[in-house]
Design a protein around this ligand. Structure first.
Ligand code: F6R
Ligand code: MG
Ligand code: MG
Length: 366
């Protein structure tokens, strides 16, 4: 049975600043998706939040880029926005950049990660959603999961993983993509994906054709859509696990580094990515630090069995502590690079307006 998993997210407004989605907007989204489930458009759904982003996880049999599914997500975000506006939530409707839906939600503001696969005898998946960061934030963990044998023992030991994985990497500035294979082209992959603002891992495929798709990440960059900073392009990611794919523990291992990502405070700072359970899925200190939630499910004829709140575990306490140690250190640099991002990276923020005001004060240096 072919199943599609779609994770579509948008910031449609939040409470107390860009902190957390309001429970009433989550309820509105659930009502809408429940109707769609009853009508048979989707098989199942799970609604949750990553900080100020409303997350719609849906399963169905319509394939990726399906206009009915994207339309449903769009309508759901609009319903939730209505509530956000009634409650005068902060930045209500922020990510809905267009007025009318035109068949595909990509390019309209929301972020999208979708994959279609033949459901295996047992089909464990993990979905990740990050706040106050950008799609390239997943490059580091996804590379480690599928290409670093120091992270993933299965690359050495499991015959179905030993040949490695294929990576589709997108150049988000020029809108083109490249396919590279690990381990053979590992250095080429790394030559690109270390530059997280430009090159983003979009898909990972198993080299075993029976398995096919292994991972996908949303690659939408809001600033490139609307020409200015509108919150960050907080990304989502779906990864299939086990039986010829990385074990769930190998997937989670890659989130133990509190690696530095772009997008903290005003989309303008680097900071550590902190893995948190849903109860801590809210951005507070300096609007952060950037956070990621992870939910584990098994799929049963399209039904979502779960979730397991994957980072709700003392095993991640010390990662959170490490993230806060790094936060203290890097925050002490205030507006200095590399805590603050480079002027080129801040091009889409409000910095150019400040620089404009200084324009006439410059004089030729002697
Ligand atoms: C939003 C974000 C925040 C805001 C900041 C200023 O996702 O990253 O750090 O950029 O709170 O927000 P405004 O300009 O709405 O006051
Ligand atoms: Mg926001
Ligand atoms: Mg957000």
């Amino acid at each position: 049975m072919k199943i599609t998993v779609s994770l579509i997210k948008a910031d449609i407004g939040s409470v107390a600043g860009h902190v957390r989605v309001h429970p009433k907007t989550i309820e509105a989204a659930k009502r809408k998706l429940e109707e769609a489930k009853k009508e048979g458009l989707i098989i199942d759904y799970y609604v949750f939040n990553a900080g100020d982003d409303l997350q719609l996880l849906m399963t169905h049999s319509k394939g990726i880029d399906n206009s009915d599914i994207h339309g449903l997500a769009w309508e759901t975000f609009k319903e939730a926005t209505k509530i956000a506006k009634e409650l005068k939530l902060y930045a209500a409707g922020q990510d809905l950049l267009k007025d009318a839906f035109s068949g595909n939600i990509k390019g309209m503001g929301p972020g999208v990660a979708e994959m279609e696969f033949e459901e295996r005898k047992a089909e464990p998946i993990a979905v990740f959603a990050a706040d106050k960061t950008e799609p390239g934030a997943f490059n580091f963990p996804v590379f480690k999961i599928f290409a670093d044998p120091f992270n993933t023992a299965g690359l050495i030991i499991d015959p179905r993983m030993h040949k490695g994985f294929k990576f589709i990497i997108m150049d988000v500035v020029e809108g083109k993509e490249i396919e590279l294979s690990a381990p053979e082209e590992m250095y080429d992959i790394l030559a690109l994906i270390g530059h997280t603002g430009r090159y983003v891992i979009k898909y990972v495929y198993s080299k075993d054709p029976e398995i096919g798709i292994a991972a996908t990440v949303s690659t939408q960059k809001l600033a490139l859509i609307c020409g200015e900073y509108r919150g960050k392009d907080d990304p989502v990611c779906i990864i299939r696990a086990q039986h010829g794919l990385p074990a769930m523990g190998e997937i989670l291992e890659a989130f133990c580094h509190a690696h530095l990502v772009k997008g903290w405070m005003r989309g303008s700072h680097h900071g550590p990515l902190m893995p948190v359970p849903l109860k801590y899925s809210q951005c507070t200190r300096f609007d952060g630090p950037p956070r990621v939630v992870g939910l584990g499910f098994n799929i049963c004829e399209g039904r979502l069995i779960g979730p397991i709140d994957l980072f709700d575990d003392p095993a991640f306490d010390h990662v959170r502590q490490k993230a806060m140690f790094i936060s203290d250190y890097i925050r002490s640099m205030g507006p200095f690079e590399p805590h603050m991002m480079t002027p080129e990276e801040l091009e889409y923020t409000t910095l150019p307006k400040i620089l404009e005001e200084l324009k006439d004060k410059w004089r030729k240096s002697k």
